[in-house]
Design a protein around this ligand. Structure first.
Ligand SMILES: [Zn+2]
Length: 323
């Protein structure tokens, strides 16, 4: 490895990782596990395409570097709107725009509203019987729903920057899942349910996330104060590169202090993702998915995927993306 690559890789460490939500690893895993919660009538489509659903779970994060409006769709700094349960903030988009202006809403993040937009699109795709759209929108709605489950996606102190805890975002949502998910977490989650009011469901998850953000921050501070500073971080090998990240011991102790909160929110993300897919299908009249056109992706859609990957890789080389 050249020195320049080493330096780039170290720069690409925990301090920049937090721009990603569950991390690429977590998002892919959530979509993959969500498939197994579906009824047989949906498995007929989702199971053969499980690799696509998992791989494209991260497209929204890749787009954040390319499309300016994308960023706001992944979070909401709900503490900007007063105190919990934020009674002044209308849950209806039009009412919220009338009260605060669209610029303000965009500046503080729009994830619960964006999930509704995606839900309408996914339901329409089922009605159309458009397999390519169903798969693409399913992969992406899973991403936004999962982001809504992350406590620091519902806080203006999203990377601990206001409390000198920079890097905490990645510790909670990337480092812990990567270290613990496949070894320790339980993925027996049951089955998808019908959600009568998807907007209310999304807002409830956001309010839970916002309520949990305080523990996420406070407990890390406490741990950091008593943990040996020289053992907090470790240089570890990843994909042939050396990266600086929170040490395994620190991550495990933090997870213990939070009583496995990341695992609980991860499991809820899997359940919510599958339930949104299922609800969209039911609302579309339960179309027979075995009779879809199976046309696959058009040349334009395939080109779009390729371009997204190409642009994202370029950002990665520039050091702006680290996953
Ligand atoms: Zn995201």
């Amino acid at each position: 490895m050249t020195w320049s690559k080493t330096i780039l890789t170290i720069l690409c460490s925990i301090l920049t990782l937090p721009v990603f939500s569950w991390g690429f690893f977590g998002h892919r895993l959530i979509n993959r596990y969500a498939v197994f919660l579906l009824p047989p009538e949906m498995l007929v489509l989702y199971k053969p395409h499980i690799y696509f659903l998992s791989e494209h779970a991260v497209d929204p994060d890749k787009r954040r570097y390319i499309i300016r409006e994308e960023g706001a769709r992944h979070y909401i700094d709900i503490d900007r709107y007063g105190k919990a349960p934020y009674p002044l903030l209308p849950r209806d988009w039009k009412e919220a725009v009338a009260l605060y202006s669209e610029d303000t809403l965009q500046a503080h993040g729009i994830v619960p509203w964006w999930i509704e937009v995606m839900m309408r699109r996914l339901t329409a795709a089922f009605k159309e019987g458009n397999q390519a759209k169903i798969l693409k929108l399913s992969a992406e709605i899973g991403h936004y729903i999962s982001d809504a489950h992350v406590p620091l996606h519902a806080s203006s102190n999203h990377n601990g920057q206001l409390t000198n805890q920079q890097g905490i975002h990645g510790l909670w949502e990337s480092r812990a899942p990567e270290l613990l998910a496949e070894k320790e977490w339980d993925f027996l989650i049951g089955r998808a349910d019908y959600i009568p009011n998807t907007s209310q469901f999304a807002w409830s998850r956001v309010l839970e996330s916002a309520a949990a953000a305080d523990s996420v921050l406070t407990l890390e501070k406490k741990l950091s104060d008593r943990f040996p500073a020289d053992q907090k971080y470790a240089f570890e090998s990843r994909n042939g590169a050396i990266i600086k990240q929170y040490s395994s011991r620190y991550t495990i102790m933090y997870n213990h202090l939070l009583n496995s909160m990341a695992e609980r929110r991860f499991r809820q993300s899997v359940y919510a993702t599958a339930s949104y897919w299922y609800t969209a299908w039911v609302n579309a009249g339960q179309p027979d998915l075995s009779k879809l056109d199976h046309a696959g992706f058009s040349d334009a859609e395939t080109k779009e995927f390729e371009e997204l990957n190409l642009l994202w890789r370029q950002e990665k080389i520039k050091g702006r993306s680290c996953d």
